[in-house]
Design a protein around this ligand. Structure first.
Ligand code: ADP
Ligand code: ADP
Length: 217
């Protein structure tokens, strides 16, 4: 089954009196359990596609379906619930709260703070014993592991990753991508990753190439 489907999706942004066509009729099916890497030049529409897949935005024209249902048939409040319950996000710059420790960062998206669950998630990403570390007491690779644990806080069905290894060296890129691959293979988590890094993309099982707002391969 498809977790997310794009049907002839267009996205334009206003720019002065002109408009930018970020997506130009994208069709895409993201099957449950797939691991997709999206590559393509800067400005080709990768982030826009990821934002639409994460219900952070809606299309200008066309349809985005989540679990078979048009996301625009949900109210704003229902969309937020759908996003919270189904989607985990990770980012290039980790986006942790610097004043909170690892454990508190993981509990942040939970509706009811569950310390035991947060600890289990940090154990899962290899950070047992570092629950109380602040961001500046963690290496880049460790910070991304905290952000993966946080993304898993509400048991999402899909993990959306925007340049997850953009700030990491080769060794940590491999560690983080092995971890993500494990989540895909062992837990059946659906993964969509935007990346410039061929090494990072290699871990995916499907590669999408974008150019000028379209999927070209
Ligand atoms: P990529 O992630 O591949 O670099 P983006 O999806 O960020 O591509 O951008 C696609 C196009 O849309 C670019 O021309 C970009 O400048 C434009 N764009 C993206 N976001 C906005 C925005 N919020 N407002 C105006 N233009 C935007
Ligand atoms: P990694 O291989 O995960 O990047 P490093 O080799 O950089 O880890 O770091 C090894 C240890 O040093 C880690 O346990 C980490 O907690 C600690 N460490 C790394 N960077 C920092 C930092 N900037 N401040 C404090 N501790 C750090």
């Amino acid at each position: 089954s498809n977790v997310i489907e794009f049907k002839d999706v267009w996205k334009t942004y206003p720019m002065g009196t002109e408009e930018v066509k970020a997506l130009r009729g994208v069709n895409l099916k993201i099957k449950k359990g797939s691991f997709i890497a999206i590559m393509g030049p800067s400005g080709s529409g990768k982030s826009t596609l990821l934002h639409l897949a994460g219900i952070l935005d809606t299309p200008t024209k066309g349809t985005v379906l989540m679990n078979g249902k048009n996301i625009e048939d949900y109210s704003g409040k229902e969309q937020a619930k759908l996003r919270r319950e189904n989607i985990g996000f990770i980012f290039q710059r980790f986006n942790l709260m610097p004043q909170l420790n690892a454990l508190e960062n993981v509990m942040l998206p939970m509706i009811t703070a569950d310390k035991e669950k947060a600890k289990k998630l940090l154990d899962k990403v290899g950070l047992s014993g570092k629950y109380n570390r602040l961001q500046n007491q963690l290496s880049g690779g460790e910070q991304q592991r905290v952000s993966i644990a946080r993304a898993l806080a509400n048991d999402p069905t899909i993990l959306l990753a925007d340049e997850p290894t953009g700030e990491l060296d080769t060794q940590n890129t491999k560690i983080i991508m092995e971890l993500i691959k494990d989540l895909n293979e062992k837990d059946g988590l659906t993964i969509v990753e935007v990346t410039h890094n061929p090494l990072s993309a290699e871990f995916a099982t499907e590669l999408i190439k974008m150019q000028d707002g379209n999927i070209i391969r």
